[in-house]
Design a protein around this ligand. Structure first.
Ligand code: G6P
Ligand code: ZN
Length: 578
């Protein structure tokens, strides 16, 4: 195997001088694996791939190689969403961290740590960065997915300049620097020392909770949640938010025992698909459509960054959720009391937030899909609240989207609006908050159709076809009853660092503001997933309560026709409708 030259390389089989005092380090020979391409959300593969000899270690060593000498003497965060192989993976990573010169690893008990919690831990403890063992909302277990991602100093997902380097390193890797230390007991909080290297096992909830307490008025929320006429349910989908939701909703806020359902993280998420949407969180949807539904229902995904919020028989679309939170934030949430610095949404996200920004007279940004695009805006003090249609909502208290944060925002709005309502009076509901918002701003009907696991070549042909439609359609072209204002392939120039992201989604914008967008998913693990996003605005008071699927019927048909989606993919229906 070709061995690239460089100061970090050394001969095979030689016991190295300690990377940290008192720890012997061995070089273990290895050979590259194909396809360890690191995307925005790290490396996601089948669990059985990750269990192959050195598969995980190769990627982690490649990351450390990419980071170079800056890791020496630093502290690394570590934890994951509780999925199968997480504890074994943590032991491998701890030995590599010690072998590569880290002075300390801070790891969540039982190797647990939600993604937003890791972001909070990195920020609060001023860590060098953190590794999160998760494949987000993908199913877990030996026959499903595992994943690993790296978050950097500000708690943000690793920027492309790092992920590109990692991939290059994975293609030439030849040696692993493994500390000769035993496995660490991760089940107990406390510090274990090996020479001058330390492993601190921490409560995975504590730092995150401390951060949330700086954002929200916990005593006010507790007073509201413990009203006998208020009930809520939170479905952790057997994923990481179980311990967090129990500690926060049932513990801190005094919600009744049993408010958190499916609250024990299981290595295979109980066989479920931990993605909080109307299809995969169907148990929650049933609860919330029952006659005796609680006032608030919510769910979170595998690693705790996504959220879905429901009222009794009412779905809050994520595009509306971020807009409604932004509109109410200054009145209802202490952290935003001074007003918002700015707001941002991803391009396919419904445009209700744009109207809120205009009303509040704060800067507004439209970014490509992917949380990483919000980080620069936040670091530059230009964005307080942001969100995506893909069930992501967040703020600049951390640098990840944050499922429990979104639920606490909704609780704060409800608590505030119900301040004057006496016990036994009629509580302001989630649906009331939505109606009030729509009467003020009008309603951006939004829907997303997902066609999962399509044949990749067929999906590619459809995209090419849509490109050709764009090329042949000048402004003014009629599509059914809609007149085209502009069509393009979305590109974004980051206003802070000037970097350009191209090819971010094919969009048709019509002269009434309606939009049709096509994008291929960047997170699937097999085949291609086509996403079709549809949006149409109305300020007609008589139509505000219409069902989105009814309101959008015509424009959806236009989208299906212009793309010839059914012909190209052979799919009559989407797999998921949001
Ligand atoms: C991840 C990212 C989100 C992004 C989503 C898009 O969840 O963290 O920021 O919106 O992927 O997924 P897609 O499958 O549409 O590429
Ligand atoms: Zn996630």
């Amino acid at each position: 195997i070709a061995r690239p030259a460089g100061p970090k390389r050394f001969s095979k089989g030689v016991v190295m001088a300690a990377a940290v005092a008192g720890v012997a380090v061995k070089e273990v020979a290895t050979t590259p694996y194909d396809g360890q391409k690191t995307g925005t959300s790290g490396l996601r593969k089948k669990t059985r791939d990750f269990m192959k000899p050195n598969y995980l270690a190769n990627w982690v060593q490649s990351l450390f190689n990419a980071l170079g000498s800056e890791v020496a003497g630093e502290t690394l965060g570590l934890g994951g969403d509780g999925r199968y192989f997480g504890v074994e993976a943590a032991q491998i990573i701890i030995k590599l961290a010690a072998g590569n010169g880290f002075a300390k690893v801070v790891v969540g008990r039982d190797a647990l740590m939600a993604t937003p919690a890791m972001s909070a831990v990195i920020r609060r403890r001023k860590l060098y960065g953190g590794l999160i063992m998760s494949a987000s909302h993908n199913p877990g277990g030996p026959d499903n997915d595992f994943g690993i991602k790296f978050n950097y100093k500000a708690g943000e997902p690793a920027p492309e300049k790092i992920t590109d380097k990692i991939y290059a390193e994975t293609q030439t890797i030849s040696g692993l620097r493994v500390a000769d230390i035993p496995d660490v007991d991760l089940s107990k909080v406390g510090t274990t020392r090996f020479g001058s290297f330390e492993v601190e096992v921490v409560d995975p909830v504590a730092d995150y909770l401390a951060t949330l307490k700086e954002v929200f008025d916990f005593p006010a929320l507790r007073a509201f949640v413990s009203r006998p006429d208020f009930t809520m349910t939170f479905d952790s989908m057997h994923a990481i938010t179980g311990p967090y939701a129990k500690a926060i909703f049932e513990g801190e806020l005094g919600a009744a025992a049993g408010t958190v359902v499916n609250g024990v993280p299981l290595p295979d998420f109980g066989g479920g698909h931990p993605d909080p949407n109307l299809t995969y969180a169907h148990d929650l949807v049933e609860t919330m459509w029952a006659a005796d539904a609680p006032a608030l229902g919510a769910a979170s995904d595998g690693d705790g960054d996504r959220n879905m919020v429901l009222g009794a028989r009412h779905f809050v679309s994520p595009s509306d959720s971020v807009a409604m939170i932004a509109a109410n934030a200054a009145d209802c949430i202490p952290y935003f009391k001074g007003g918002l610095k700015g707001v941002a949404r991803s391009m396919p996200t419904g445009a209700a937030l744009d109207r809120v920004a205009a009303k509040l007279k704060v800067p507004f940004f439209e970014t490509p899909t992917g949380w990483k695009f919000f980080g620069n805006l936040m670091d530059a003090g230009k964005c307080s609240i942001c969100g995506e249609e893909s069930f992501g909502t967040g703020a600049d208290h951390i640098r990840e989207k944050d499922g429990i944060f979104a639920v606490l925002c909704w609780l704060s709005i409800l608590a505030h609006k119900n301040k004057g309502v006496p016990a036994g009076g009629k509580l302001v509901t989630v649906a009331d908050v939505a109606s009030e918002f729509w009467s003020e701003y009008g309603r951006n009907f939004f829907s997303r159709y997902d066609y999962e696991e399509c044949d990749s070549a067929a999906a590619g042909r459809m995209v090419d076809h849509v490109r050709s439609v764009i090329a042949a359609s000048p402004p003014g072209t009629k599509f059914g009853a809609f007149t085209l204002a502009a069509a393009d392939d979305f590109a974004y120039t980051d206003p802070i660092d000037g970097s350009v992201a191209k090819g971010q989604g094919l969009r048709f914008v019509f002269d009434d503001g309606s939009r049709i967008i096509f994008r291929l998913s960047g997170t699937g693990s097999s085949g291609a997933t086509i996403r079709l996003y549809i949006e149409q605005y109305t300020d007609d008071k008589a139509r505000l309560q219409e069902d989105a699927q009814v309101a959008l019927k015509d424009i959806i048909n236009v989208a299906l026709e212009l793309s010839k989606l059914k012909e190209f993919t052979g799919r009559e229906k989407p797999t998921v409708i949001t």
